[in-house]
Ligand binder design. Sequence first.
Ligand code: CP
Ligand code: NVA
Length: 319
Amino acid sequence: TPTTATLPTGDLISTAPLGPGDVARIFDVAAQLKADRTGFGHVLAGKKLGMLFEKESLRTRFTFDIGMQELGGSAVFLDHRHARLGSREAISDLGRNLERWVDGAVLRVYKHRHVEEFAEACSAPVINGLSDLLHPCQALSDFFTLREHWGTLAGRKLAYVGDGNNTCHSLLQTGARLGVHVTVCSPEGFEPNSRILNDAMIAARETGAEIRIVENAHEGVAGADAVYTDVWASMGQEDEIEERAAIFSAYRVDPEMMERAAPDALFMHCLPAHRGAEVTAEVIDGPRSIVFDIAENRLHVQKAIMAMLMAPDAVAALG
Ligand code: CP
Ligand code: NVA
């Protein structure tokens, strides 16, 4: 894949269209921006980002807004938590309005189709800040952080324990493309989406990554270089918290589960986390946890993504 200063499709709705060169380029630009946080205020000078969020957020909201500010631009946040997207006006009309005012948009939505619909209507670059199906900026920040820790990624083993949700899907799609072996440990009925899984398996054929789905978490984490978990009930599934807590009780990442992973295995979580539910305090607050490094890197990785989508010429000039 040729390495260019922009990204395929001009949006970042999913990591599936990214080639290995694209991901490497995002990581290299992110590392450059991270090394000099205040040195790139010209890259998006005067550019505007629109942010439309149907769900709560701490990390995504802060990092996109601060990222724009650090690159010389600004962001406008529209809190859409109290009205579903498309309820006041058609989603395509939202896109056709925003494109007249902004240079890029980040959406956090329930239905994945809605971020796609918006992107089809909007000529400005659109970034998926989490949908029910995918969380691409998260997975890119996760693997960027692992690359910082390990130097290289191909051939490493990542075990994801828990719900086959948006975070899990983007880890599968991205890991497969980076040659990382991904084992998903989920209870029956909570496995990842089969279409996402198939896509990851096809991508994995090119890179030699091994993608596995297992029910037994203790078996699945054996020898893993990193163990990842996420909430058992995602945003929008609050009614199912109790029911899910019972179903997922064998999927809690505790010291015993970490013992089965590789000796220096890292612990990962996209956050927010629930101590005592999907992970124990000993693990998430312990020495192998890199959760706050990942949260920090959301900023640098998303700055790279925004720069590549909104100012490819400025990125090309970075060398
Ligand atoms: N990990 C993540 O996306 O965090 P927020 O929901 O706080 O944005
Ligand atoms: N799976 C979680 C991720 C939050 C960042 C959710 O969708 O709520």
